[in-house]
Structures are given as structure tokens and as C-alpha cells.
Ligand binder design. Structure first.
Ligand SMILES: NC(=O)c1ccc[n+]([C@@H]2O[C@H](COP(=O)([O-])OP(=O)(O)OC[C@H]3O[C@@H](n4cnc5c(N)ncnc54)[C@H](OP(=O)(O)O)[C@@H]3O)[C@@H](O)[C@H]2O)c1
Length: 319
């Protein structure tokens, strides 16, 4: 592809963990050209050969599409500036995930809406892995909504962003493992419930407990699903296979369970299924894995950008 035919892209928050991943992907993308990238405390530095400018100096008119990896609560203002300048946008923060103004960009589920969207709200990392596993069961009425779905998830420390925090110091996290946001109060719970209801007709309860895993990147989720009828592993795997066999970014495990090494540095969710013995009512255990910075953030944003621009969906991505 000729450099002049590349789509000009602007990146907001390019010095954060997610923004840097975006820059890594976009500077190697054959159909995109990064025309500006912003930072706050790191303005004036260079990343991936791109000069970081202050957000007040962002030349929005030069871009055709703007991707925002700004913090939650900061992003909406600048996404709206980009929109006011007539730019299509993908927001990787949580600011528009529950907003009717945006299309929720869970690519495999909302692809036709993403293609036509002016504003895409890129899903959270925990929800992406959980929703791709739960929606096929919810859509088929296989989840017993009189009992809770329980999600126990563990994330590497990049999930918390680069801003220094005492509880994320090496001396605090190394060789330790702990839960946080216990009591079903994590801020991504409404996103999970809203999307399960809208896309899967699920109206039951979900109990979500995240944990901090002392690795740099990657999320593993163990999802306990109460079923309306007995499903053996092969039948459950067959459901996932029928839904995802043409999806390059979803890996259905056959007879095995995923671990982080199946997904890190890849734009992929891996889903494994285990039958549950020794219980009186039917249930299934799902294990899902995702790289929080790739399919959980920057990679899915590029996937959505490709869909919006009519490019091949996995251009510039390793699934
Ligand atoms: N980390 C993940 O796994 C993950 C996954 C999915 C979604 N997300 C979402 O993606 C977004 C970025 O996350 P992150 O982990 O990359 O965060 P981060 O490492 O803290 O990076 C934040 C970025 O925003 C810039 N910034 C901070 N405050 C600003 C302000 N007031 N005005 C302008 N720029 C500002 C920072 O610039 P300086 O560093 O130069 O100060 C940096 O480039 C967040 O909304 C987060 O919720 C994160």
C-alpha cells in the first residue's frame, strides 16, 4: 500500500501502557499512518519514532480517525473535541461504554454496528474475555438465571495503568496474590450486565471478583455458569466452535484449557470449557484468557478501526 493511501490516525494518551501498545500496532500497520500522538507529563518525548505533543496542541484536522487511550473521566472531553472536528473516534476508556451515543465495540458481536459507527466505545479488558465466553450460552437460554454466574478473574499489573501507586510497587505485588474490589463493586460490572442483557437477553445476577496477579500482562478468568440443562464438554465446545469457527481472534480450546501464554502479545481471546462433576444441579466452568493490553484494549481498538475503515479486520494484528 502506498504511504499516501494510508489512513491518517491520531492517538490520545500515547505514553500510557495502552497508548504505547496502540503506537506499536499503528506504526507497523500497513493501512494507517500516525499523524499525531499526545501525552501529558511525557509530552516532548518520542515513542515508536513519533513525537508526543501536548493534548492542547493536537492537530485534530490532520487525522481521519482518532483513538483515545486517555484515563477514564478525562477521555470524554477530548473525544468530544475530536467529534466536533468531524472525526470518527474509538474511545478505549470507560467514558462512553454505557452511553447510547456510542456503539459498543465488541467486534465479534457488534461488527455491523461498528462498521457504521462514528463513535466506538472499546470494551473493557475483563468484559471482553467474559462476554465472548458467556454470550453464546446466554443467547441459547442455557444459563439458569435463578442462580448467580460467578466470575473470578486475575489480571497482570499493567491493567492498572502506568501512574505510580504504592500498592502496585514491585515490593508489594511480587510473590503475592490478592483480590480487590470484592463485594461485587468493580466498576466494570455495569458494563458486563448491560451488555449481557442487550446482546444475550440475560437478566440474572453476576458476581465478579478481580485479583491482582504479579505478571506484567494477561488476564485469566474462571467463570462458573449455572445451566438450565446438562451439557457435556464436547457439546459445549461444539457451541463455541459453531459460533467462532470463522473468527480469527477467538480461539476455542478442544479438550484443553487456556493459560496466559496462549494469549500474551496476541489480539485473541482463548476459551476453554470444563464439565463440573459432583454437583446436584448442572453447571459448567469456563476458563478464558486475554492480553489486557491487546484484545483487552489496543488490539481490539485497531480491530474496530479496521472494521470502521473497511480494511481487512486483522490488518496489523497478530491474533
Ligand atoms: N491498562 C489496561 O489494561 C486497560 C485495558 C482496557 C482499557 N484501558 C483504558 O485505557 C485507558 C488508558 O489506560 P492506561 O492503562 O494506558 O493508562 P495510563 O498508563 O495511566 O496512561 C494514561 C495516558 O493518558 C495521559 N494523560 C493522563 N492524564 C491526562 C490528562 N489530564 N490530560 C491529557 N492526557 C492525560 C498520560 O500521559 P502521561 O503519561 O504523559 O502523563 C498517558 O499517556 C484508560 O481509560 C483505561 O481505563 C486500560
Amino acid at each position: 500500500m502506498n504511504i499516501n493511501s494510508r489512513v491518517p490516525v491520531g492517538v490520545l494518551g500515547a505514553s500510557g501502557y495502552v497508548g504505547e501498545e496502540l503506537l506499536r500496532l499503528l506504526t507497523r500497520h500497513p493501512g494507517a499512518s500516525v499523524v499525531f500522538a499526545t501525552a501529558e507529563s511525557s509530552a516532548g518525548e518520542r515513542r515508536e519514532g513519533v513525537d508526543l505533543v501536548r493534548i492542547a496542541d493536537a492537530p485534530f484536522p490532520r487525522a481521519e480517525i482518532v483513538l483515545s487511550a486517555l484515563p477514564h473521566g478525562v477521555s470524554a472531553r477530548y473525544v468530544n473535541e475530536a467529534r466536533a472536528a468531524g472525526k470518527r473516534t474509538v474511545d478505549l476508556s470507560a467514558d462512553f461504554r454505557l452511553s447510547p451515543e456510542a456503539v459498543y465495540g465488541l467486534t465479534e458481536v457488534t461488527r455491523p454496528r461498528v462498521a457504521a459507527a462514528e463513535l466506538v466505545a472499546n470494551p473493557g479488558c475483563y468484559p471482553t474475555a467474559a462476554l465472548l465466553a458467556l454470550l453464546p450460552l446466554a443467547q441459547r437460554g442455557l444459563i439458569d438465571q435463578s442462580r448467580e454466574v460467578v466470575i473470578d478473574a486475575a489480571s497482570g499489573v499493567t491493567g492498572a495503568g502506568r501512574t505510580p501507586k504504592q500498592e502496585l510497587l514491585f515490593g508489594e505485588v511480587a510473590e503475592d496474590f490478592r483480590a480487590y474490589a470484592v463485594g461485587n463493586e468493580h466498576r466494570q460490572l455495569p458494563e458486563l450486565l448491560t451488555t449481557l442483557a442487550r446482546e444475550g437477553g440475560f437478566a440474572g445476577d453476576l458476581v465478579f471478583t478481580p485479583h491482582l496477579l504479579p505478571v506484567k500482562r494477561g488476564i485469566l478468568e474462571t467463570i462458573h455458569v449455572p445451566l438450565t440443562r446438562l451439557l457435556d464438554r464436547a457439546t459445549a465446545e461444539g457451541i463455541y466452535e459453531s459460533v467462532y469457527h470463522d473468527e480469527p481472534c477467538v480461539m476455542v480450546m478442544h479438550g484443553g484449557l487456556p493459560s496466559l501464554k496462549d494469549v500474551v502479545h496476541r489480539n485473541r481471546v482463548a476459551i476453554g470449557v470444563a464439565a463440573v462433576a459432583n454437583v446436584r444441579r448442572p453447571r459448567l466452568t469456563l476458563i478464558t484468557a486475554i492480553d489486557n493490553l491487546v484484545k483487552g484494549a489496543a488490539g481490539q481498538a485497531v480491530q474496530n478501526m479496521n472494521v470502521m475503515l473497511g480494511l481487512a479486520e486483522t490488518t496489523g494484528l497478530v491474533c
